[in-house]
Design a protein around this ligand. Sequence first.
Ligand SMILES: Cc1ncc(C[n+]2csc(CCOP(=O)(O)OP(=O)(O)O)c2C)c(N)n1
Ligand SMILES: [Mg+2]
Length: 274
Amino acid sequence: MNLKAKAYDLRKDALDIIVAGGGGHIGGDMSVMEVLVSLYFNQMNISPENMDDPDRDYFILSKGHSVEAYYAVLAEKGFLDKAELLEKFSKFGSPYIGHPNNKLPGIEMNSGSLGHGLPVSVGIALGNRMSGRDNRVYVVMGDGEMAEGSIWEAFMSGAMYKLDHLCAIIDRNHLQISGNTEDVMAHGALAEKIRAFGWHVIEVADGNDLDQVDAAFAEAKATVGKPTCIISNTVKGCGSSVMENKAAWHHKVPTAEEYAQIVKDFEARKEALA
Ligand SMILES: Cc1ncc(C[n+]2csc(CCOP(=O)(O)OP(=O)(O)O)c2C)c(N)n1
Ligand SMILES: [Mg+2]
């Protein structure tokens, strides 16, 4: 499978889920796609067959609003049914709600209230180690999410317990709901701050380049004695100039014209990869 091209097909699936449901957090779905594709197809020991195995790897989508990208990847992996998603996403009474729901196959944790994924992941990683397990825990956060104080408590405890099987990823797309992160709650020297908390930090120059993302995860796996944080520099709305780097596309449904242009742009990006 050509995973780089697959990331664009999955962007199209996320787009279709949003259009079918009449709403969704499209910008952050598009920025995080290569991280999800790398994790689910190249990194993690996780599948519909082993979800009850305590030795599986764990994944938490802390920035739960990017659920449409998550659903698209879970469907591709065989956890969810794509046709059912298109039919039921965001419909009254449906389990396919606009944030991760742990009643669905493959989803470990309800998320969407930002700031909770890293604290929970610290607990899972510590519990796994206390049980003598060797599995890994991955958690994806948004860069706007860094404004939550609970994240920084978890950075402290993850380092204190030397959780080297824990890997946090920050989808550094520079935008949050209402604008640029540096205007809303400035990060300053983000990498240096997290390093000072005792983590190994890897900065990925282009987090929408699957090779760079894969390389960062390989380095995380080889890191001993401390947890790793990958700061993945991405483009919000990645895949189409209709959406890219535009705060207004944080949560939006495209018009028919915009939809047609976005799909055309995805195809062009795919061709450029070939
Ligand atoms: C505790 C909490 N406060 C506010 C929100 C509303 N909210 C939803 S998405 C979002 C912005 C998140 O920005 P970021 O983490 O950068 O995500 P991305 O850019 O990847 O979409 C906010 C403030 C929330 N979901 N949870
Ligand atoms: Mg962001």
